[in-house]
Design a protein around this ligand. Structure first.
Ligand code: SF4
Length: 363
């Protein structure tokens, strides 16, 4: 698969189908031999269902399993290690993976119980679990696109932290997170990343403030995927310290301008309306919305949160949604639907780049 390709599929109703179709669009089967040892690595740092914004929807793993099993691939496992102090077995159950594994006869591995090996990268020696590193040929990383209070973004690269022992997870924090996350991605580069961007958390990896973004994102370059995701959440590349470090180590590229974005089911963008929750509701109260698509409104909520975090003023008069089509206005319109406004941000939804520019333009 071309490393510069990013595939985005929109929707929210049938996540399993979305994951299946994303795999087909990327023609993943052509990258595999029948005896390839395949591992799925979801994110369940904590034991909470996916609609909390914290963990990977099991429907994504199910869609991928369907795709692979249907094509005769049999050596498939699911592996994860919850964050330090949490119990992976409980997470497997609460997050729906225990039932999934039973249904498809796929083994689950708690990486907290795995042996580890030491490897060096970027001047650091890191302990990494054996199974994903030495007993897997094709690692499919299934992160959730979320904001994070320390690293700003948690997505493809940071999800790999589930593949190290708990003691190493704690050491990562003492090392400031950025450098060890970048070095780990050099040692354990996933073959494929499928991002759960259905409803990741607005502020922290623990969930509780889900923001509907209603899409899955797939690609081979985890740095490029993270760079794309960062901009979707209103961060610049510089805001996420480990991205440039990983790029310098040769893990991938942060240059979104060179990426080819393949969008699938674009018609779904306009069929799923935004559902606000908790903190998102407070931010949404600053916006006049009329039939706003979640893909558009979700990015706006993230952008407003980023403004708030940086101590900048949230502008008045923000308007978004299909209800503004053909109307004029003196406020600040978001998206092509508000093209009649004196000031508006183009895009349907506004692209990652314009969302990134939005921050400085509005402040
Ligand atoms: S610009 Fe309008 S139609 Fe397009 S995503 Fe935004 S709200 Fe939906």
């Amino acid at each position: 698969m071309n490393e510069t390709n990013i595939h985005v599929i929109y929707g929210s109703q049938d996540i399993q189908r979305m994951a299946y179709e994303l795999m087909a669009a990327m023609d993943v089967a052509s990258m595999l031999e029948k005896d390839t040892r395949i591992a799925l690595k979801p994110n369940f740092a904590v034991s909470k269902p996916a609609d909390s914004g914290a963990t990977t929807h099991p429907e994504i793993a199910e869609g991928i399993l369907h795709y692979l099993l249907e094509r005769g691939f049999r050596d498939i496992s699911i592996m994860e290690g919850s964050w330090a102090g949490a119990d992976t077995k409980t997470s497997f159950r609460v997050c729906g993976y225990e039932a999934l594994a039973k249904k498809y006869g796929v083994p689950l591995y708690d990486l907290k119980k795995d042996a580890f090996v030491e490897r060096q990268a970027g001047g650091l020696t890191l302990k990494v679990c054996r199974k994903p590193l030495l007993e897997t040929d094709f690692l499919i990383n299934l992160p959730v696109l979320k904001a994070h209070c320390q690293t700003n973004l948690t997505c493809a690269l940071k999800n790999l932290k589930g593949c190290i022992p708990d003691s190493e997870k704690r050491r990562f924090h003492s090392l400031g997170l950025m450098k060890p996350i970048a070095c780990l991605s050099k040692i354990l580069r996933p073959s494929l990343t499928v991002v759960d961007a259905i409803c990741g958390d607005l502020t922290f990896e623990e969930g509780g403030h889900p923001v509907p973004m209603d899409r899955l994102i797939g690609g081979a370059d985890p740095v490029l995927i993270d760079s794309y995701g960062a901009e979707l959440l209103g961060f610049s590349i510089a805001d996420v310290g480990y991205l440039s470090l990983a790029e310098k180590l040769g893990v991938g590229s942060t240059d979104i301008t060179k990426a080819t974005i393949h969008e699938h089911h674009v018609e779904e963008k306009q069929q799923t309306l935004f559902r606000a929750s908790n903190t998102a509701r407070e931010l949404a109260s600053r916006v006049t919305a009329d039939a706003a698509c979640s893909v558009c409104y979700g990015s706006l909520i993230h952008a407003l949160q980023r403004l708030k975090e940086s101590g900048k003023r949230i502008p008045d008069g923000l308007c978004i949604g299909q209800g503004f089509r053909g109307k004029s206005g003196k406020g600040i319109g978001i998206g092509n639907c508000t093209a009649g406004f004196t000031t508006h941000l183009q895009g349907c939804p506004p692209t990652a780049k314009t969302m990134a520019d939005f921050r400085s333009g509005m402040s």
